[in-house]
Design a binder for this molecule. Structure first.
Ligand SMILES: Cc1cc2nc3c(=O)[nH]c(=O)nc-3n(C[C@H](O)[C@H](O)[C@H](O)COP(=O)(O)OP(=O)(O)OC[C@H]3O[C@@H](n4cnc5c(N)ncnc54)[C@H](O)[C@@H]3O)c2cc1C
Length: 418
C-alpha cells in the first residue's frame, strides 16, 4: 500500500521489526473496537515472509523470554508463531573456560526447578516479524512498504516524507533499529562504544544432542553460545575479539568446525557447519533521550546491548508494551498521543531499567569473558557460588524468564516463578 499526500494518521511506527511490529499490534488490538479507533500505520521497507517449514533456518534468531511470549500473545501473534518451527529451551548451562561444563562450578538453570515447562524459545526473527505485522493488519493497522526519508516535528503534528509519499502523524514511534533515522532526524544524540568484538553467527549440527539446552561458555577471548533449534541443529553466536573473529571467518570450514568444538570444550562433540558464517560488529548504544515532543524511541533505536545475555529484543518488546499501555491509558483520558506528558512517563519507566541491565551485561562481559584480575577471578568463581545458592539462582532464573523489574501488564503473568 502506498502513502499519499492526504494521508494522516494518529500513530506512525517507523520500522516493522519485532519491536515496531509489537507496538503496532498491541495498539491496534487494544483500540480496534472503539468508535473513533486511532489510525495506525507502520513503515517497513523489507517485510519478510514466513520461513518455509523445511527450508534452511535463518541466521537471525533470538532467544525470547517467557515474558516476551506473553507480550506476543497480547499482540495476537503467538498462535501463528507457535504453529511454526520454534524451539523451547528447558535449561541453560553457563560455564567459564577454567572449569569443565559438567563441574559444580558451571551454572545450570533448569525450568523444572521453578515448576515451568521451559525458560523461553529460540525463534527466527522473520517468523516473529511476519506474525506481528499480520496481527497488526488484522487489527486495522496499515503496513506501508516504504522507507522514511525525512521528518519535521511541528506543534500539532509530524510531517513525514517516505519513499512512497507524504504522511502526517500526531505521534511518530522510532522502531527502526540501531541506525535509527528517526533518532537522527529528531536530533537525539546517542552514546556509542565498540566492544572490539565481532559476533559470528551460523547454524551447526552437533555430534551429541543439544538436550533442549542453551549452552554458553565464557572465554578470555569472548563468549560462545549454542542455542537449540527444533530440527536438532543449533544456532551459534560466537562473540570473539576482532582479531580472533577475523581469523575464524577466514578459516577453511573443517578448521572452523574443529575450533568451534574446542571452544565449547567439546560439550556437544564434533560440530558441522550447515550454513554460511555471517558476522556483526558489536557495539553498545544508549540514546540520551527516549522521547521528544511527538516522538518516542523503542527497541534498538533507543538501546543496543551485547548479545551475550540474549536480552536485546526482550528489552525492546517490554518498551513496546510499556509505551502501548501508557498511550492506551492516555487515550481513555482523552490525551493527545504526542503529548510529552505521556511520553515522559514511558521514558521514566524504561530508561532506568534498560540502563541498569546494559551496565550489568557489560560487567559480565568485562569480568567473565575478558577479566584476568582478582575481581574477575572472583566473578568467575561466582558462577559456581550462584549455582549452589538457591536464592541467588532464583534471581537469575527470574531474569532469564524475563519476569524481573517493573513489567508492563502485557508481560506480567508470564510465569508462576514471579
Ligand atoms: C548476533 C546477535 C544475536 C542476538 N541474539 C539475541 C537474543 O538471543 N535475544 C535477544 O533478546 N536479542 C538478541 N539480539 C538483539 C536483537 O537482534 C535486537 O535487539 C532486535 O532485533 C531489535 O529489534 P528492533 O525491532 O528494535 O530492531 P530491528 O530488528 O533492527 O528492526 C528494525 C526495523 O526497522 C526497519 N527500518 C530501518 N530503517 C528504516 C527506515 N529508514 N524506514 C523504515 N523502516 C526502517 C528495518 O527494515 C527493520 O525491519 C541479538 C543481536 C545480535 C547482533
Amino acid at each position: 500500500m502506498s502513502a499519499s499526500a492526504r494521508d494522516s494518521v494518529d500513530v506512525l511506527i517507523v520500522g516493522g521489526g519485532p519491536v515496531g511490529g509489537t507496538a503496532a499490534a498491541l495498539l491496534a488490538r487494544a483500540t480496534r473496537t472503539e468508535r473513533d479507533a486511532p489510525r495506525i500505520a507502520v513503515l517497513e521497507p523489507r517485510r519478510p515472509v514466513y520461513p518455509a517449514a523445511n527450508g534452511p533456518v535463518d541466521l537471525r534468531v533470538s532467544a525470547y523470554s517467557r515474558a516476551s511470549e506473553r507480550v506476543l500473545q497480547g499482540a495476537g501473534a503467538w498462535d501463528a508463531i507457535k504453529a511454526r518451527r520454534i524451539c523451547p529451551y528447558e535449561r541453560m548451562r553457563v560455564w567459564h573456560e577454567h572449569v569443565a561444563p559438567t563441574s559444580p562450578d558451571a551454572l545450570v538453570f533448569d525450568a523444572a526447578e521453578v515448576g515451568e515447562p521451559n525458560l523461553g524459545y529460540i525463534i527466527e526473527t522473520r517468523l516473529v516479524q511476519s506474525a506481528l505485522l499480520d496481527a497488526a493488519e488484522q487489527a486495522g493497522a496499515r503496513v506501508v512498504a516504504a522507507e522514511l526519508a525525512s521528518l519535521t516535528i511541528g506543534e500539532d503534528d509530524v510531517h513525514v516524507e517516505t519513499s512512497a509519499g507524504t504522511l502526517s502523524a500526531r505521534l511518530v514511534i522510532g522502531a527502526d533499529g540501531a541506525q535509527s533515522a528517526v533518532r537522527a532526524a529528531v536530533g537525539v544524540a546517542a552514546e556509542t562504544s565498540g566492544y572490539q568484538q565481532t559476533a559470528i553467527v551460523a547454524v551447526v549440527g552437533t555430534e551429541k544432542p543439544h538436550q533442549s539446552t542453551a549452552w554458553q561458555r565464557f572465554l578470555q577471548t569472548g563468549t560462545l553460545a549454542f542455542l537449540p533449534l527444533s530440527d536438532g541443529t543449533s544456532s551459534i553466536v560466537w562473540s570473539a575479539d576482532d582479531e580472533l573473529a577475523k581469523s575464524l571467518l577466514a578459516m577453511a570450514v573443517a578448521d572452523f568446525e574443529s575450533a568451534l568444538a574446542v571452544a565449547l570444550d567439546n560439550a556437544l562433540g564434533a560440530t558441522r557447519l550447515v550454513s554460511e558464517r555471517a558476522s556483526f560488529p558489536l557495539r553498545r548504544l544508549a540514546a540520551q533521550h527516549y522521547v521528544t515532543h511527538r516522538c518516542a524511541l523503542i527497541g534498538d533505536a533507543a538501546h543496543v546491548v551485547h548479545p551475550l545475555a540474549g536480552q536485546g529484543v526482550n528489552m525492546g518488546l517490554l518498551d513496546a508494551a510499556a509505551l502501548a499501555e501508557l498511550l492506551i491509558a492516555g487515550r481513555h483520558e482523552r490525551e493527545d498521543p504526542g503529548a510529552l506528558r505521556i511520553l515522559r512517563r514511558y521514558e521514566r519507566w524504561r530508561k532506568t531499567e534498560t540502563h541498569t541491565l546494559a551496565v550489568a551485561i557489560d560487567t559480565f562481559d568485562r569480568l567473565l569473558a575478558h577479566g584476568t584480575g582478582p575481581l574477575a577471578r572472583l566473578a568467575q568463581r561466582g558462577l559456581g557460588w550462584v549455582n549452589r545458592s538457591e536464592e541467588a539462582k532464583r534471581v537469575f532464573i527470574r531474569r532469564a524468564l524475563g519476569v524481573a523489574g517493573e513489567l508492563p501488564a502485557a508481560a506480567r503473568t508470564a510465569s508462576r516463578a514471579s
